[in-house]
Ligand binder design. Structure first.
Ligand code: SAH
Length: 240
């Protein structure tokens, strides 16, 4: 069943028009007919079923029933991710969203191959948000993760959580899998294709990011990010 995020508060029996883009997706791409049921997530992250009615190019929905379910992670995960090349970056955004990330903080560091051009930043951000919205709808999330414009590595200290880690392939003692389960919010920093310089790693550790290993093998940056996300989501899982 297809899910859509809507930018308003919903209530049972309410009727409203989907946006032009959502209507086109429902009627032209998915070719849904009158009476089909969709999932709706409202501006307060409440979830409902809705029944559609296709009127020319606009789809009208009637909200029918609330859905009570748990989909979001118990731990707030901020992934500070070094900019990596185009299609790998897009893959990372999609998979991190599926795996429950709360916030993505892109950053640049000395071994980043990708250089952020300021004039393109706003347009890029819009495209990133679209990828993340689609991934959040596909994975039945109740929130679309947040993403901000890329910042220099030194500013990562402004994005700390209650626990802070640096994924570092030169760390062989502390594994991310063995950190405390009692975590509520966490920031983890993942380096670019070429890794961190030792100065960068030192800077982050001095500022409270403990270095952790993701395993014995060297992972590509985007693999490391997704591995970290899955480990943290699972560690934070509360079975209540
Ligand atoms: N230093 C290497 C590899 C960089 S891998 C090089 O020069 O090619 C890219 C990023 O993924 C690293 O900066 C690190 O944050 C993360 N990473 C990859 N494998 C890891 C591992 N086994 N443990 C922790 N972090 C890892």
């Amino acid at each position: 069943m297809q899910q859509y995020f809507v930018h308003q508060k919903l209530a049972i029996d309410m009727e409203f028009d989907m946006t032009v883009e959502q209507s086109r997706h429902i009627s032209t791409v998915l070719r849904m007919k009158d009476g089909r049921i969709i999932r709706l997530v409202d501006s307060q992250s409440l979830v409902f079923y809705g029944t559609i009615q296709v009127n020319k190019n606009i789809v009208r929905v009637k909200v029918t029933q609330p859905i009570f379910e748990k989909r979001e992670s118990d731990v707030k995960i901020t992934l500070a991710m070094a900019l990596i090349k185009g299609d790998r970056w897009d893959w990372f955004l999609e998979k991190a969203t599926e795996c429950g990330v709360t916030k993505i903080v892109p950053f640049t560091s000395s071994r980043c191959i990708v250089k952020e051009k300021p004039e393109a930043a706003a347009r890029k951000l819009e495209r990133y948000r679209k990828i993340m919205t689609e991934a959040a709808e596909q994975s039945y999330r109740h929130n679309i993760p947040e993403i901000i414009e890329a910042i220099p590595l030194k500013q990562l200290i402004e994005h700390k959580s209650s626990s802070n880690f640096l994924a570092y392939e030169k760390e062989f003692d502390c594994f991310l899998t063995s950190i405390s389960r009692d975590i509520s919010s966490i920031t983890i920093v993942i380096g670019p294709e070429g890794g961190f310089t030792s100065e960068e790693a030192d800077y982050l550790t001095i500022h409270g990011f403990s270095s952790v290993s993701l395993g014995r093998r060297i992972l590509r940056a985007e693999t490391a990010a997704i591995a970290a996300c899955i480990i943290l989501d699972t560690l934070g899982e509360r079975h209540d």
